[in-house]
Design a protein around this ligand. Structure first.
Ligand code: NAD
Length: 252
């Protein structure tokens, strides 16, 4: 018996990196997954990989900055697979996207998922939402010469991710009695396309490794496994937490 047999999930940002790993992990545990992303080719590729491995999946093009489109994707999960049990609110951009875009995607995009997702899940008897925040949702980011992001980047990214942690706590409190659990993941630096620019700069990889007491970056699958725990019945009394998955980054 798999933890997610008979359940359905919407995963945003499913075309790449952490979201792709989340979709594959949930599907591997028996969950039907609607893969959503602004990147059509990428999200279709993730859904195709799930199908190749014998799982249930479909793909949808979604821009999470569009509130109605987020609602439609949640409804599509129900029409396609019969339920909406899990939402991985994961799509995001790096702070280099600038203030307006970073807040629109990383904060408002998560808010729309919570707004529509919690309501739908509450009406259907419950569910679980996992928001991808960051260590930047708990601490300010530090840079080093040659690794510092563009000037407004760290501020926008940190503000958005702190906001995600706040939204996580608020929606967890608001929907606790309706059996909708809401939690956040706070990854350290992970090997995904988002960090490629920083890793590829001279000394960048070593600098990023030095931020983590475990001396390395994380893999997308290490975030997906924690997400699969938080959204499962194994975490049935866990709500409102912001869980660092960061090789000790925030322990210093
Ligand atoms: N990689 C890291 O080190 C790291 C650390 C902490 C948190 N995070 C967070 O993890 C999440 C996933 O990032 P990743 O590292 O996998 O990066 P990634 O770039 O590999 O994946 C992000 C995905 O989000 C999609 N996306 C961007 N804007 C979108 C929009 N408006 N609507 C829908 N989809 C959109 C992209 O197309 C892409 O597929 C993000 O929220 C990111 O902030 C990443």
């Amino acid at each position: 018996m798999n933890r997610y047999d008979g359940m359905s999930a919407l995963v945003t940002g499913a075309a790449s990196g952490i979201g792709r790993a989340m979709a594959l992990r949930l599907a591997d545990e028996g969950c039907a997954v609607l893969c959503a992303d602004i990147d059509q080719e990428g999200t279709e590729s993730t859904a195709a990989e799930v199908l190749e491995h014998g799982g249930k999946s479909a793909a949808v093009v979604l821009n999470v900055t569009d509130s109605d489109a987020v609602k439609d994707a949640l409804e599509r999960t129900v029409s396609e697979f019969g339920s909406i049990d899990v939402l991985m609110n994961n799509a995001g951009v790096g702070g280099g996207a600038g203030w307006d875009q970073t807040i629109a995607v990383n904060l408002s995009g998560v808010y729309y998922g919570l707004l529509h997702g919690c309501k739908m899940m509450a009406e259907r008897g419950g569910g679980a939402i996992v928001n991808t925040a960051s260590v930047a949702g708990l601490n300010g980011l530090i840079g080093s010469q040659g690794v510092t992001a563009p000037s407004d980047g760290p501020g926008a990214y940190t503000a958005a991710k702190h906001g995600v942690v706040g939204l996580t706590r608020q929606f967890a409190v608001t929907y606790g009695k309706q059996n909708v659990r809401v939690n956040a993941l706070c990854p350290g630096y992970i090997f995904t396309p988002m960090t490629a620019g920083m890793r590829d700069r001279e000394g960048g990889q070593q600098f990023l490794e030095s931020l983590h007491p475990m001396g390395r970056l994380g893999e997308p699958e290490e975030i997906a496994s924690a997400a699969a725990f938080l959204a499962s019945t194994d975490a049935s009394f866990v709500t409102g937490v912001a869980l660092p998955i960061d090789g000790g980054y925030t322990a210093r």
